[in-house]
Design a protein around this ligand. Structure first.
Ligand code: COA
Ligand code: AMP
Length: 635
């Protein structure tokens, strides 16, 4: 079947408002919009102004009312605990209503923030939906972040309640969440009056009297009472959630997502981009703490009436490299979405694909990869093993859904390895020089999107409108800056090559080297530091720190390096995967004092590099190369 992409993209370009108004028919509104797009509202305009709706109603209730009550909505498959549990849409509704009743009883109402700090348990999704039901704004914090990161988010979001659990399960260790939660509450300036705590059987925790509410008891009470909680209508433009993502400093950016535009866009992508219809099973192997988890574990599949899978485990080691195939075969998954790093891990342990052949994957249609650059060898391996299309696509926390993709629902387009596809409706993607001028096809430049951004993409940053303008809009007036560098080829395929800021991508997780530098600088013996991302075969990139010690420090540098590694784990969390710090005499800088991180990264990755003309002292680069060599980099 020839792809309808060109026709559909053309239709959007000719009449964006008409396009999104039509897509909005897939959503139930309690009040229709006055205007599809109001260009004078918000920072760059707002979508579906005047409309009212409820995201939980659209994701849950309407399916129960219209024939999907007995269809499985959510499957929790925990390779960590060996348990599996399914919830039909009717059961999902019962759980969400009971939880909404509990949260309401704890004082949560429309517009209040609720932080969700949870492992990959179904209750995390229930909590998101319960907030949506009440018109409250959730902010999910990834479990691999440390107490201080959680505290920063508490102070920014100022939640009324925190929802958490006693523990998370990681291979080889049970992560006690409660000490992290208590530490964060203690560190935060914003006072937390109430926490709702799920006790997991693997590790129970003590509850703080007067503050902590036991999840099971509270839910049992509301279920026994049969408490009803109606979906609270909210403005389409009201926030559904705030999700913090790495910026260039230690202060994360609170990406705001609205209710109306978000639903319209996500529902559209499910069928047209991912090619998955109502009643089919979709699996995003990510974590609810990331945007992929928000959009493609919870909201998009449920809005579209799919069955979604919430998987607790890793692609390898839980128990083996066949786990993904087991889940696909057992739950009849039609499409899987994960990060390339997961496939690099599987390929590393099962290069010949012996596990793949142990399972019946006949119902599986498409593998989607995103979150980091998908290297062609990994894509080719997956194509060979699966005999199915492997689709790289590109987006960001900020957009909430793909900017570019190969929209299989509209008909598969030719796959070009190394390219995450073509611009999707909503996105006029252009490549411009640093001066903001368009560059010819094939030329590397800044990847920008012409304003306005489409429905569902961030309208602003939480409590930080000026930062939103500064970070995304001011550098290229009239455009949204993605902070990715890349090029478009003559056929309109995009190639994403690198970030233009100090963000690195570790196992598909977005991390700020600036934030890590702030932590290293806290060490009393460290005078100066720099963190770069170095290439890693499995995780894509890994952070590597350079330390310059204070004059007069005569302790063993290896000790100090170890302490800084522990410091980053303690302050940011294990997810940072910061394992290497190297002590050097001095850092290479330009004459104006800018640290030459890019050159150091090229040396470490054995990429061709030249001495920048503006360098203060070229000899320092040799010192850096020598130091890197001691750790197996460069040379
Ligand atoms: N709670 C607590 N700790 C967590 C955690 C959580 N939710 N998630 C990860 N961690 C910890 C891990 O235990 C690990 O700790 P360690 O240093 O003690 O080993 C550290 O954070 C790094 O975790 P991770 O990035 O998951 O690396 P890994 O080495 O455990 O596994 C992969 C590597 C490739 C298997 C893994 O990254 C993976 O499955 N990636 C899939 C891609 C993905 O989910 N991307 C998200 C965006 S789509
Ligand atoms: P996040 O906000 O965590 O989703 O990270 C977004 C960033 O990850 C993007 O700006 C890119 O730098 C990178 N990224 C995501 N998907 C891809 C992809 N398919 N190819 C290359 N880089 C990607």
């Amino acid at each position: 079947m020839p792809s309808r992409y060109a026709e559909v993209y053309g239709a959007w370009k000719r009449d964006p408002e008409g396009f999104w108004a039509k897509a909005a028919e897939a959503i139930d509104w309690s009040k229709p919009w006055d205007k599809v797009f109001e260009k004078d509202a918000g920072v760059y305009g707002r979508w579906f102004v005047g409309a009212e709706t409820n995201t939980c109603f659209n994701a849950v209730d309407r399916h129960v009312e219209r024939g999907r009550a007995e269809q499985v909505a959510l499957i929790h498959d925990s390779a960590m605990s060996g348990t599996k549990k399914s919830f039909t849409y009717a059961e999902l509704k019962a759980e969400v209503v009971a939880l909404a009743a509990v949260l309401r009883g704890m004082g949560v109402g429309k517009g209040d923030r609720v932080i969700i700090y949870m492992p990959m348990v179904p209750e995390a999704a229930f909590a998101m939906l319960a907030c949506a039901r009440l018109g409250a704004i959730h902010s999910v914090v990834f479990g691999g972040f440390a107490a201080r990161e959680l505290a920063t988010r508490i102070d920014d979001a100022q939640p009324k309640v925190i929802v958490s659990a006693s523990c998370g399960l990681e291979p080889g260790r049970t992560v006690a969440y409660k000490p992290l939660l208590d530490g964060a509450v203690h560190m935060a300036k914003h006072k937390i009056e109430a926490c709702l705590i799920l006790q997991r059987p693997q590790l129970a925790c003590d509850l703080v009297p007067g503050r902590d509410v036991d999840w099971a008891d509270a839910i049992a009470r509301e279920k026994a009472a049969g408490t009803e909680v109606e979906c609270v209508p909210v403005a389409a433009t009201d926030p559904l959630y705030v999700l913090y993502t790495s910026g260039t400093t230690g202060q994360p950016k609170g990406v705001v997502r609205d209710n109306g535009g978000h639903m319209v866009a996500l529902a559209w992508t499910m069928e047209n981009e991912f090619g998955v219809g109502p009643g089919e099973v979709f699996w995003a192997a990510s974590d609810v703490g990331w945007v992929v988890g928000h959009s493609y574990i919870v909201y998009a599949p449920l809005l579209a009436g799919n069955t979604t899978i919430l998987f607790e485990g890793k692609p390898v080691g839980t128990p083996d490299a066949g786990t993904f195939w087991r889940v696909i075969a057992e739950h009849k998954v039609a499409a899987l979405f994960t990060a390339p790093t997961a496939f690099r891990a599987i390929k590393g342990q099962d290069p010949k694909g012996e596990f793949v052949r142990k399972y019946d994957l006949s119902g599986f249609r498409t593998l989607f990869l995103a979150g980091e650059r998908a290297d062609p060898p990994t894509i080719e391996w997956a194509e060979r093993q699966l005999g199915k299309p492997v689709i790289d696509h590109w987006w960001q926390t900020e957009t909430g859904y793909p900017i570019s993709n190969n929209p299989v629902g509209l008909g598969l387009m030719p796959v070009k390895h190394g390219s995450p596809g073509v611009a999707m409706p909503g996105y006029d993607v252009q490549i411009v020089s640093d001066e903001g001028h368009p560059v010819p096809a094939g030329t590397l430049g800044n990847v920008v999107v012409k304003l306005p951004l489409p429905p569902g993409a961030l309208p602003t940053l939480w409590n930080a409108e000026q930062r939103f303008r500064d970070a995304y809009l001011n550098e290229f007036p009239g455009y949204y800056k993605t902070a990715d560098a890349g090029y478009l080829d003559a056929d309109g395929y995009l190639f994403i090559m690198a970030r233009t800021d100090d963000i690195i991508n570790v196992a598909g997780h977005r991390l700020s080297t600036g934030a890590m530098e702030e932590v290293l600088a806290e060490h009393l013996d460290v005078a100066e530091c720099a963190v770069i991302g170095v290439a890693d075969e499995m995780k894509g990139q890994l952070p590597l720190g350079f330390l310059v010690l204070n004059a007069g420090v005569n302790r063993d540098p290896a000790e100090i390096e170890k302490e800084t590694v522990a410091l980053v784990r303690d302050r940011i969390g294990p997810v940072a995967a910061f394992r290497t710090a190297v002590t050097v005499k001095r850092l290479p800088k330009t004459r104006s004092g800018k640290i030459l991180r890019g050159t150091m990264q090229k040396i470490a990755d054995r990429e061709p590099w030249t001495t920048p003309a503006t360098i203060d002292d070229p000899a320092i680069l040799d010192e850096i190369a020598a130091a890197l060599k001691t750790r197996g980099y460069g040379g």
